[in-house]
Structures are given as structure tokens and as C-alpha cells.
Design a protein around this ligand. Structure first.
Ligand code: SF4
Length: 320
């Protein structure tokens, strides 16, 4: 998106500013391109789960013939696409053994996180992965290791592991690539306190980190902060949580239709950021809706911060 078009002011005096980067990250773009390419070859194309967690994107790919499956057992032949955040290596091997062509759309940054965990394991560390144990990427990292690793996402889980003697004295830490480093600080602090030696490889994706830093800055200078993306997108949920720590007037919305007049009528400066699997046109539609409104700014209608409607309907996700 053209940087010069990031900040616009409506006739009603409302300023809407987009974050530096909105729309797909390069890993998602790459996965969509590889899948499109596989579909163009004409044979059946299968995928475990969603390529990315955005309904609009997945529906478009399904219309072109992508078939979501939970098992390849009944699929006679074709191509299997590995999604951007990877799969355990034994699942990829089973697809190859079943005679499938495999298109590996795993993001190179996710591959690097797997390699970082292997490096720590080779150094004799017990690998600790800070992330969501149900996330495809975490399963991929676990599948790349020789020994079981510990997956934790909260201080409580860490303390439980320590109490059960599942935490060794020398640990090596990697992070789910889409995690917010800021939200992991307490866990790292606790680990340093609990273990004799803690080695850390920062596997958080740089585009994610840059977007988080930029979104936090934007949230801090905005009256209202909007984070656009699917309710099932882990990085969008996390980005909204991070922004809410810096500006309690933060809302996570999926599309422009989620915005009601009372949500924004009071705000003079509105910031918009997006998840990494949110198409740019969904973000622009939110901006355009706000800019098109002739309704005057009504600061007196600002809700108390605890009344802000923060989350769209939907559940926590396990995808990009
Ligand atoms: S968020 Fe980062 S790691 Fe994940 S697909 Fe995008 S670029 Fe790759």
C-alpha cells in the first residue's frame, strides 16, 4: 500500500490512519501463490486444515478446487499442499509414501524455528516452546525434534511443569513465530528464575514483530484502534490483545460490517492494523466506511474503556 495514502481525513474531520503494513505477509502470499500454481496443474489438490485463517481466502481457493481433508486415506492421488505454518514431518512423509506430490508451502521463517529447536536439542537443552500446543506450527516443531519438548503458554503451565518435575535445569527456548515477544516476557523471567541455564533463540517472525511494534505505536496515538482479521487467526487475536494493552479503546473486527456507529462516532483519530492473513481490501473497506461517514464527531459519546466491544464472535485460533 502506498505510504502516502496511509493517513486520510474525512469531510467530518475524522482522521483514519493505516498501519505501515497491512494485508498478507510474504509467507501467506507465498503459500497462496504455490497453492494457485498447484491448482493450475489440473490434478486434485488437498490440504490438512486451512491454508490461512481467513474465510474469504479459503473460499476462493476451494472454488478453484482445493479440497480440505483430515486424512489422505481415501484420496487416490493428487497433490498435497503443506500450509504456511507447517506440518509434522511424519505427516509429510506419509503423504509422499501414499504417492502424493507434496508442495511444501511452509514459510521459511517457520522452517528456521524448527531448525532453532533442533540446534538447542543438539546442545543438550530441554526444548521449551512458548506457544499454543494446538497450533499447527507447534506440532511441526515438535515433529522435528528427537525428544519430547515442553510447550507452555502461561506462567501457570510453567509452574505446573516445574512442580511435576518436567522442567530440567538446562533449557532452550523458542517461540511460536506469531507470538508477541512483549507478552512472553513474564514467562522468560520465570524460566530464568527456575532453571540453572536458559538459552533463547528468538524465533518470532520479523514481519510479525515489525507489525506489532508499528501497531502499538499507532494504538498509542489513536483515540480508537481497530485490528482487522479473522476471529480464528491467532496472530490477529494476539495483535488486538497487544494493542489493547496500550490503548484500551481497541477493537478486533473481522470486516467493516462489524462496526456499529456507536463504536467509532466519538473518535477523532482512528488507527487500523491487520492480521497477516487479512486481505488488504477488507482493511480498505473499514477505512472507506469511516471516511465516507458525514456524521460529526461526538466526543461525549466515548464509552468507558471497560465497555469497549473488544472481540468479534468466534473462537481463538490455531492458524496464521
Ligand atoms: S507470519 Fe511470519 S512466519 Fe508466519 S507465514 Fe507470515 S512471514 Fe511466515
Amino acid at each position: 500500500m502506498d505510504r502516502n495514502n496511509r493517513t486520510m481525513t474525512s469531510a467530518a474531520g475524522r482522521t483514519v490512519e493505516l498501519a505501515d503494513e497491512v494485508g498478507f505477509c510474504f509467507g501467506v502470499k507465498r503459500a497462496i501463490n504455490l497453492t494457485d500454481h498447484a491448482l493450475a496443474a489440473g490434478q486434485p489438490v488437498y490440504i490438512f486444515g486451512d491454508l490461512v485463517h481467513n474465510r474469504k481466502v479459503t473460499e476462493a481457493l476451494e472454488q478453484k478446487g482445493l479440497r480440505k481433508v483430515t486424512s489422505l486415506a481415501d484420496q487416490p492421488s493428487g497433490t498435497m499442499v503443506v500450509r504456511a505454518h507447517g506440518l509434522p514431518k511424519d505427516e509429510i512423509s506419509s503423504a509422499r509414501e501414499a504417492g502424493m506430490d507434496v508442495v511444501d508451502a511452509t514459510c521459511p521463517i517457520v522452517h528456521r524455528a524448527q531448525e532453532a529447536a533442533q540446534t538447542l536439542e543438539q546442545r543438550g537443552c530441554q526444548v521449551v516452546i512458548i506457544g499454543d500446543s494446538n497450533h499447527a506450527e507447534i506440532k511441526g516443531i515438535l515433529g522435528a525434534l528427537e525428544k519430547p519438548a515442553l510447550v507452555v503458554d502461561s506462567i501457570e503451565e510453567l509452574r505446573a511443569a516445574k512442580a511435576d518435575r518436567r522442567l530440567r535445569r538446562k533449557v532452550g527456548v523458542v517461540f511460536q513465530t506469531t507470538h508477541a515477544l512483549e507478552l512472553c516476557k513474564d514467562l522468560i523471567g520465570e524460566l530464568v528464575f527456575m532453571c540453572k541455564e536458559v538459552q533463547i533463540i528468538n524465533t518470532i517472525c520479523r514481519p510479525v514483530q515489525d507489525r506489532q511494534d508499528d501497531a502499538v505505536e499507532l494504538a498509542e496515538r489513536s483515540d480508537l484502534m481497530l485490528v482487522v482479521g479473522s476471529a480464528t487467526s491467532a496472530n490477529t487475536v494476539e495483535l488486538a490483545a497487544l494493542c489493547a494493552e496500550h490503548n484500551p479503546w481497541t477493537m478486533h473486527i473481522q470486516t467493516a460490517d462489524d462496526l456499529r456507529e456507536e463504536d467509532w462516532i466519538w473518535a477523532t483519530r482512528i488507527g487500523i492494523a491487520s492480521g497477516l492473513s487479512t486481505p488488504v481490501d477488507l482493511v480498505e473497506a473499514v477505512r472507506d466506511k469511516l471516511l465516507a461517514s458525514p456524521i460529526p464527531i461526538r466526543p461525549e459519546r466515548r464509552p468507558a474503556s471497560h465497555d469497549v466491544r473488544r472481540h468479534p464472535d468466534g473462537s481463538r485460533s490455531h492458524g496464521v
